[in-house]
Write a protein that binds this ligand. Structure first.
Ligand code: ATP
Ligand code: MG
Length: 231
């Protein structure tokens, strides 16, 4: 692949469990090209969220390498990683990770302010409107439903227009029509801004809209149309 934005070479993740080390990712080799949309699928516990964390530099690989935009994430310190993420990546976690003491608007505006935007709050308001939460901007996370929190998390990740957007089950808590809106928003980021998308999903319709799927089983790539990875 000519210009991979993400490149994993035999990436491994072994964590210490109560009963000894647990091999969570067992050698993942994968290239993702600029502007690709990749659906990460596979059964519960197969390692999808863990793989997303490695790609985002939120977990450090215990073996192999993870390269993003030409930078070896496995060799970067915590501060450099945090800065790299802030400048290049958006991440939507499976459990949202909203800041409980901030309103929806403040949650979305924060990364824009950190990036130095002087219109952070206007842009944050527009992002929340785009996910259908215009009337909820002043609510705290505890005052929002699960699906609403998910949409705030997505607005927050999308607002700085990251080159790489990693999202863990972005439509997992949403009804059909709201899920459609969110999918359109995600694929719009790809179409309009060239964002590379990595989406963990159990939803066949979301996976089908991706340019390819990668299937994990028991910490390994087990299929999907990974043949394209070798292009
Ligand atoms: N901190 C940890 N310590 C030990 N094992 C862990 C830890 N975090 C995750 N695991 C294990 O790693 C495996 C992969 O977990 P992961 O969350 O990546 O799965 P997943 O594919 O995202 O599943 P789901 O579809 O249910 O979200 C699971 O068996 C899980 O129990
Ligand atoms: Mg998961």
């Amino acid at each position: 692949m000519a210009d991979p934005v993400l490149s994993l070479d035999d990436a491994r993740l072994t964590l210490d469990g109560n009963a000894g080390p647990v091999e969570i990712l067992r050698g993942i080799t994968l290239d993702v090209g600029r502007g690709e949309t990749v659906g990460l699928v596979g059964p519960s516990g197969s390692g999808k969220s863990s793989l997303l964390m490695l790609m985002g530099g939120l977990e450090r690989a215990t073996g192999g390498t993870v390269t993003a935009l030409g930078r070896d994430l496995t060799a970067m310190g915590e501060d450099a990683l945090a800065r790299f993420r802030r400048n290049h990546m958006g991440v939507v976690f499976q459990s949202f990770h909203l800041i409980p003491t901030m309103t929806a608007l403040e949650n979305v505006a924060t990364p824009l302010e950190l990036a130095g935007a002087d219109d952070a709050f206007d842009r944050a308001r527009a992002e929340l409107e785009a996910v259908g939460l215009g009337p909820r901007t002043g609510h705290y996370p505890a005052q929002l439903s699960g699906g609403e929190q998910q949409r705030v998390a997505l607005a927050r990740a999308a607002a700085p227009r990251p080159e790489i957007l990693l999202a863990d089950e972005p439509t997992g808590n949403l009804d059909g029509p709201t899920g459609e809106t969110i999918m359109d928003l995600l694929f719009g980021l790809n179409a309009r801004h060239g964002a590379t998308l990595i989406l963990v999903t159990h939803a066949p319709d979301l996976a089908a809209r991706c340019s390819r799927t990668v299937r994990l089983e028991d910490g390994r790539i087990a299929g999907g149309d990974v043949a394209r990875a070798a292009e």
